[in-house]
Design a protein around this ligand. Structure first.
Ligand SMILES: Cc1ncc(COP(=O)(O)O)c(C=O)c1O
Length: 432
């Protein structure tokens, strides 16, 4: 495993035989393989050559408690030896306990609809909304990603997924995401209200408390008020996708709690088990529970005993180690440390985020997103310094979403390194 190949920019740690085998036998949406991972320790990923990389992705907001928290691993091992799986039509202690714990975090009044992946839970939320309202239409947002299943792709607004992969539907409407940097006088709050009013019989509006995939983009208070009040006015349910922003990531239990939203359905996944076992849920208001009927709502791997054991351990770790509060504090430090770059480097357009859900957006002299080269140059420079970070898909934004267990020293060291590399690229004329 010692042959390191230059997969993209000379920094890949993927051994050549592994990369060849992967390319030969695995169907992947991208040919880029920046790292082959073999292990994890706290906020570090360990690659196939034994190199320790400080991870600033959490595997896209999954490893909130770190990559191998001993309490999560112990809970998994104990449940594996007792009973990892149970018949889904039976119940077990772990399932009701997790549902109770999540209900407490939401302030009460919700029931859990159990699934395995974020996409599945988004689908479940849409099905409940349609059954409960007797309507079809969903108002979503441009560039929002809610999963790779057909319903989630239709409701989300990822441009290249519309039309070919996803059959167009007259039932969906996509409102622009509240992108302050490109607003050009647009009033996003009014746009949401108008779209809700103009959509015939909307069943629901589907949004994230921070739109992660487009590059950590959030609206202002007026925007979220317009979502909530506009939905109530036309009888649409509010579905908040907290798949990426849940479990302390933004400095609150769930991101929507910053926004004054009062959602009818909250979708959770990813960090619920710290990534140990797939587990997801649509948390629906008690009064919507009668909409859950029939075979369309069952899930063989929804909330298995082993997943629930991992979830309970993760929730305990987040509470006992104060990880949510930590995310809030470390996020503020990052904004403080990195914001001066906006004035210092022309290519740095914005530093933004909430808790440890952060992004640095880069634009060219005309204010347009950069193509891949300068972003990959930046991420490869960081990899050489032992830091693993990745850009977002639609804007050239470097996403910073480390495990919430990252230490003060690791975090501040990473921020210094990022600032140094951005400045160095600027001096070398590489932002173009
Ligand atoms: C906001 C959001 N919703 C839903 C999903 C889909 O989750 P999964 O990949 O577990 O199906 C994702 C995945 O990245 C996501 O980021």
């Amino acid at each position: 495993m010692s042959t390191v190949i230059d997969d993209i920019l000379g920094t890949s740690s993927v051994s050549s035989s592994l990369a060849e085998r992967d390319r030969r036998y695995v169907a992947r949406p991208t040919t880029r393989i920046p790292v082959a991972v073999e292990g994890g320790e706290g906020a570090y990923l360990i690659d196939a050559d034994g190199r320790r990389l400080l991870d600033l992705t959490s595997g896209w907001n999954v490893a909130n408690t770190g990559w191998n928290h001993p309490r999560v691993i112990a809970a998994l091992a104990a449940q594996a030896s007792q009973m990892p799986f149970a018949p889904p039509w039976c119940t077990h202690d772990g399932r009701s306990r997790v549902a109770e714990r999540l209900n407490e975090l939401l302030g009460g009044g919700y029931k859990a609809l159990c699934g395995a992946t974020g996409s599945e839970a988004v689908e479940a939320a849409l099905k409940v909304a349609r059954r409960a309202t007797g309507r079809q239409a969903v108002v979503g947002f441009t560039q929002a990603y809610h999963g790779g299943t057909l319903g989630a792709m239709q409701a989300g607004g990822v441009p290249e997924l519309q039309g070919i992969d996803v059959p167009a539907t007259e039932y969906h409407r996509h409102v622009p995401i509240p992108d302050a940097l490109r607003a050009q006088g647009r009033d996003y709050a009014s746009l949401v209200r108008e779209s809700l009013r103009a959509t015939p019989e909307p069943a629901a509006i589907l949004l994230e408390s921070v739109f992660t995939n487009p590059g950590v983009i959030s609206g202002d208070d007026a925007f979220y008020r317009a979502v909530q009040e506009g939905a109530r006015e036309v009888g649409a349910l509010v579905i908040v996708d907290e798949v990426g922003t849940g479990f302390g990531r933004t400095g609150r239990d769930f991101g929507y709690q910053h926004r004054g939203l009062d959602p009818d359905i909250v979708v959770v996944a990813k960090a619920l088990t710290s990534g140990a076992v797939p587990m997801a849920g649509a948390l629906i208001r008690d009064e919507l529970a009668s909409a859950v009927a029939g075979p369309g709502f069952s899930s063989t791997f929804g909330w298995t005993p082993i997943a629930c054991a991992a979830a309970l351990a993760s929730l305990d770790v987040i509470r006992d180690e104060g990880l949510t509060e930590r995310a809030a504090v470390l996020g503020e430090r990052a904004i403080e440390r990195l914001s001066p770059l906006v004035a210092e480097v022309q290519a740095v357009a914005d530093v933004r985020g909430l808790g440890l859900e952060l992004g640095i957006e880069f634009t060219d002299a005309e204010g347009r997103p950069f193509a891949r080269p300068p972003m990959e140059n930046l991420t490869s420079r960081l990899l050489r310094r032992g830091i693993f970070a990745e850009p977002s898909a639609y804007t050239s934004t470097l996403l910073l979403m480390p495990p919430l267990v990252i230490s003060d020293e690791q975090w501040m060291g990473a921020l210094d390194a990022i600032a140094e590399e951005i400045l160095d690229m600027d001096r070398a004329g590489e932002w173009k």
